[in-house]
Design a binder for this molecule. Structure first.
Ligand code: SF4
Length: 65
């Protein structure tokens, strides 16, 4: 089963840390309130790991699709 990057949007506080660290994978939603994963298959990207470690509410995960 393929792994994908996920964000728990109910937990996300929209701090933009992941968007700044890894703009090719994360972007803010249209309202600018929550981050979204725009490239879910980027599980091996270094900045995804960095974002997981840096997210203040730990809502970024890598899970089975
Ligand atoms: Fe949301 Fe975490 Fe990204 Fe901040 S770092 S915008 S809390 S997913």
């Amino acid at each position: 089963m393929a792994k994908v990057v996920k964000i728990d949007e109910t937990e996300c506080i929209g701090c933009e840390t992941c968007v700044e660290l890894c703009p090719e994978v994360f972007a803010l939603d249209d309202a600018g309130e929550k981050a979204q994963v725009i490239k879910p298959d980027a599980v091996d990207t270094d900045c995804v790991e960095e974002s997981i470690e840096s997210c203040p509410v730990e809502c970024i995960t890598i899970e089975d699709e």
